[in-house]
Design a protein around this ligand. Structure first.
Ligand code: MTE
Ligand code: MO
Length: 536
């Protein structure tokens, strides 16, 4: 091997090596994708490593990611992992160009790291190691082969006997293109087969006919939704309903195979039921606004839906559970999802008479997969992270003293009732509306206490009473509007709500950590003189 000593030979090893590494990574990811199709999508290396990172990330980092990237945080995390993988793969490729065996060993090692991550995921079985292991082996084999090919001197410097196998630039290009094409085909096939794997879940959702409620929700009073242009509708369509969870791959649960287990302290009759058995119980319909503790003041993580489900309190009674106020030993209900999430809810709260539900329906259809199909919890008055477990699979009764759920271990509060909040939906921040009458409108929520008043203030002026839309009960948000006679210039609008107990929403600013943000939503707009063609 003499070419390697020259400058161009060294460049060839460096650049060519990096290319070999990247190609090997493609081959590895494709093989892993095929493997994941055979096992489960959550076991694919990027999903497994991503899930591990999400779980390891300190609360502050996660909170920052959600605040900065919103719901794009998951694709960005995946992109970040792929970037790091590309860098490591390129380095392994350069190593392989000099020492093929060592480079291949590094590639296989990366696969093992992915396998370890997959094995560490909640509910993992041994076979979850398969996708990353297969990926690592494929990458190692491809890298070894490519590196050997790269090291073969080209025809010009070919030693006698290099013969037909001697690799020139074009030959290497062909080999590279072949690896890429094979990876693309394998990767695509893996994706398709993987989607096929969840076909049973998709079919089970399509086939699910929700029984009519034994207790239908009363008709929504007229006037709950004044339909002000640019303001939130009273019911949030499922497609637009916010989504907050740690799942990099949305769990697709087969309703036919779904089981729920209820057990733990004070459970005298442990229950285990499938969906059919759950649906044999009387169903209740109830409108509940769900909000996330990570919602900044004025933020988007709030939605309102008509839920259909079984009363959680009835099911707990059936299992023999008594709330602490009746001498029951458990004060915490820990819900666990199929993806290993745990959420802790006060037993007293879910049994105090409010419509805490094991929901199966959302706005007239089975729960969408992203919102917890087939069964999730919804409890009016509590933030989602302490109540709204999606893809539910287990309910365990314990105490707050004995067990910290997922978010509590990450420095969020163990108990988190929803704080009174109000939001201006229109005009938008930095809007340039034309002077004259402008509809200021938005939503206010204080679930299970209700909203009794909303007030708006312009600049340093007095608090003025907004027009409240009709209330649909204490568990949903209330829409409001206020006609503003706006004069040209820059103005700041503020909103505050008064809850059903008469308590005024606090102006004091608090961050979302540990138990929800407070402060007043403030929107600044530039009102332009009439005839300037302003825009909300
Ligand atoms: N399994 C599971 N359930 C979960 C979560 C999660 O990460 N995993 N996130 C919770 C949080 S923080 C909120 S705010 C609500 C959001 O429900 P949605 O995505 O249907 O709006 O789900 C809750 N249930
Ligand atoms: Mo949340």
């Amino acid at each position: 091997m003499t070419g390697g000593k020259t400058v161009s030979g060294r460049r060839r090893l460096l650049l060519g090596g990096a290319v070999c590494g990247l190609l090997a990574a493609c081959a590895g990811l494709a093989a892993a994708e095929l493997g994941a199709a055979a096992v489960r999508p959550e076991a694919a290396p990027v999903a497994a490593v991503g899930g591990t990172l999400v779980d390891l990330a300190p609360a502050a980092v996660k909170e920052w990611a959600v605040r900065t990237f919103g719901t794009a945080d998951k694709p960005l995390l995946a992109a970040g992992i792929l970037l790091v993988l590309a860098a490591v793969a390129a380095a392994a490729g350069v190593l392989a160009a000099h020492r093929p065996r060592a480079g291949a060993a590094v590639a296989a090692g990366i696969g093992l790291l992915g396998a370890a991550a997959a094995l560490g995921r909640p509910g993992a079985a041994w076979r979850d190691a398969l996708p990353s292991t297969a990926g690592g082996l494929a990458a190692a084999a491809v890298l070894y082969g490519l590196a050997r090919a790269l090291r073969r001197p080209g025809p010009a410097g070919a030693p006698p006997g290099g013969g037909a196998w001697a690799m020139d630039r074009r030959g290497f290009g062909r080999l590279a293109a072949g690896v890429l094409a094979a990876s693309a085909v394998a990767g695509y096939a893996g994706r398709r087969l993987g989607a096929h794997g969840s076909a049973a879940a998709t079919a089970s959702r399509a086939a699910l006919v929700l029984p009519p409620p034994a207790l239908p929700a009363p008709p929504v009073p007229p006037g709950t939704d004044p339909r002000v242009l640019g303001a939130s509708p009273f019911f949030t369509p499922n497609r637009e309903f916010y989504r907050v969870d740690t799942a990099l791959v949305v769990p697709r649960v087969d309703a036919e195979a779904w089981r729920l287990r209820i057990h733990g302290a004070g459970v005298t009759r442990p229950l285990e039921l499938g969906l059919r058995e759950l649906l044999q119980r009387p169903l209740v319909e109830h409108d509940i606004t769900l909000t996330c503790v990570s919602n900044e003041v004025g933020g988007p993580y709030a939605g309102n839906a008509r839920w259909l489900g079984v009363r959680l309190a009835d099911l707990l009674r059936e299992a023999g559970v008594r709330p602490p106020s009746e001498g029951g030993p458990a004060d915490q209900l820990v819900a666990r999802s199929v993806d290993g999430m745990t959420l802790g809810t006060p037993v007293e709260t879910v049994m105090d008479g409010r419509e805490a539900l094991l929901a199966v329906g959302m706005n007239g259809e089975p729960l969408p997969f992203a919102h917890g199909f087939p069964v999730r919890m919804v409890v009016p008055g509590l933030y989602g992270y302490v109540s709204a477990c999606k893809w539910l699979r287990e309910l365990r009764l314990t105490t707050f003293a004995a067990y910290d759920a997922y978010w509590v271990r990450r420095s969020w509060a163990a108990r988190a009732p929803v704080k009174t909040q109000s939001r201006i939906d229109t005009p938008r921040p930095s809007a340039r509306p034309a002077a004259g009458r402008i509809a200021v409108a938005g939503v206010a929520w204080a679930q299970h206490r209700g909203i009794s008043r909303v007030e708006v203030r312009v600049d340093g002026g007095p608090w003025q009473q907004a027009r409240l839309a009709a209330a649909d009960g204490v568990d949903t948000w209330r829409l409001w509007s206020w006609p503003w006679e706006a004069s040209p210039g820059r103005h700041t609008l503020r909103v505050r709500a008064v809850d059903g107990t008469g308590a005024v929403q606090t102006e004091a600013r608090a961050p979302v950590l540990p138990d929800g943000a407070t402060g007043l939503h403030t929107v600044t707009v530039d009102v332009v003189p009439p005839g300037w063609g302003g825009a909300a």
